[in-house]
Design a protein around this ligand. Sequence first.
Ligand code: C2E
Ligand code: MG
Ligand code: MG
Ligand code: MG
Length: 285
Amino acid sequence: RAKKSGRNQMAFFSPALDHAAQTRLQLVDQLREAVKTEAFELHYQAKVDIASGRTIGAEALLRWKHPVRGLVSPAEFIPLAEETGLIVSIGEWALRTACIQAMSWSRSLDRWLTIAVNLSAKQFQDPALLEKVRQALACSGLPASRLELEITESMMMHKPDEAAATMRALRQLGVHLAVDDFGTGYSSLGYLSRFPIQCLKIDRSFVQNVPDSRADSTIARTIVSLGKSLGLTVVAEGVETQAQLDFLQQHGCHIAQGYLLGRPLESGQFIEQLLGRNIRTGRER
Ligand code: C2E
Ligand code: MG
Ligand code: MG
Ligand code: MG
């Protein structure tokens, strides 16, 4: 009893702690409200085929339209959304919106673009995931092969057998699966070939130090050749300099993504950028 009242007293005399807890509660309330009003936006970052310079698709990146703070980045609210389970509804919205957007671009460009959507651990474990993906495809009309789902190594390695089963079911729908932030997790190479994946995304932390760091250049090169020998498409994320792009091209990396090729943009700006000229070929990007 004494201990308990002591704790209460400490809370009472610790306004800083109290304040942090209140801020968190308030954020959760606001996030819940945002789910109701769909106060989110997707920004789209180009995925560029390195050999041709063509934009083959985009990755959808979530932002929260906060009433006071403006656009809040996913790093700031996805952990909270995960803890509260709100990510499941937010993710469903993102999936649906991204598919509709990709279908609309493909119609107006008269060629197919692919759209990549990030999944979080909770979504990946959601028993209704398959049905939600099916619905997003059905209501947008987007062919399954134009949707790519990005998951991380830790999501695959958490319960590898269950993860592989989920992935096989998704593959049966026809969607593509990419391993995001590859190289930062602990997946064993032996396991990698057991998962039905089509794509590896080299984490930005390696790409960043290419070609100056010998170690990171070796890692990046090794991931490219590993991916290729497994028959996978290899994507480099976070490409910011021409030297990085040249290195990746030289080592046969297929696709690049990063500020050099395009920042994440809202849909209108994204399509404008896409309609700009391809510097190399003079045609549409
Ligand atoms: P990610 O999937 O690895 O996405 C790449 C992140 O790197 C994005 O940050 C992107 O804006 C940023 N980026 C791209 N190119 C460059 C570059 O050249 N330099 C630098 N410094 N950064 C670059 P963002 O948009 O803040 O997203 C952060 C993470 O939040 C994502 O990492 C992804 O894990 C997660 N996320 C984003 N959207 C969603 C979503 O719809 N659902 C879920 N579950 N997670 C999402
Ligand atoms: Mg991603
Ligand atoms: Mg990534
Ligand atoms: Mg990353």
